[in-house]
Design a binder for this molecule. Structure first.
Ligand SMILES: [Zn+2]
Length: 90
C-alpha cells in the first residue's frame, strides 16, 4: 500500500467520523428541542389559529390546525408514535 492510499483512507475515515459525530450532535439536539418545545406555529395561519378574509374583519378557524395555531413537530410525532408502540407492546 502506498502512503497516498493510506492518506486517502485516513482522510475518508476521518470524514466519516466527523459526519457521524455531526449527525449525532444535530440529531440529539433536534430530539432535545422536540422534547422541550413539542409544538411549532402552524404554517398556514402563522400560529394565529384563524384565517382572515381579505376584508380583515371576518375569519374562520384554520382547518390545518383546527384553530389551535400550533402543530406537533415531526420529530415529536415520531417520538410519540414510538412511545405508543412501546406502551402497546407490553
Ligand atoms: Zn393553522
Amino acid at each position: 500500500m502506498s502512503s497516498l492510499t493510506v492518506l486517502v483512507a485516513l482522510i475518508t475515515a476521518g470524514g466519516v467520523l466527523v459526519l457521524v459525530v455531526a449527525v449525532a450532535v444535530f440529531g440529539g439536539g433536534y430530539l432535545l428541542t422536540c422534547r422541550i418545545w413539542p409544538f411549532r406555529a402552524c404554517g398556514r395561519c402563522k400560529g394565529l389559529g384563524r384565517l382572515h378574509a381579505p376584508n380583515g374583519k371576518s375569519w374562520r378557524d384554520c382547518p390545518r390546525c383546527n384553530g389551535k395555531g400550533r402543530r406537533l413537530r415531526i420529530g415529536r410525532r415520531i417520538w410519540n408514535n414510538a412511545e405508543r408502540a412501546k406502551r402497546n407492546a407490553i
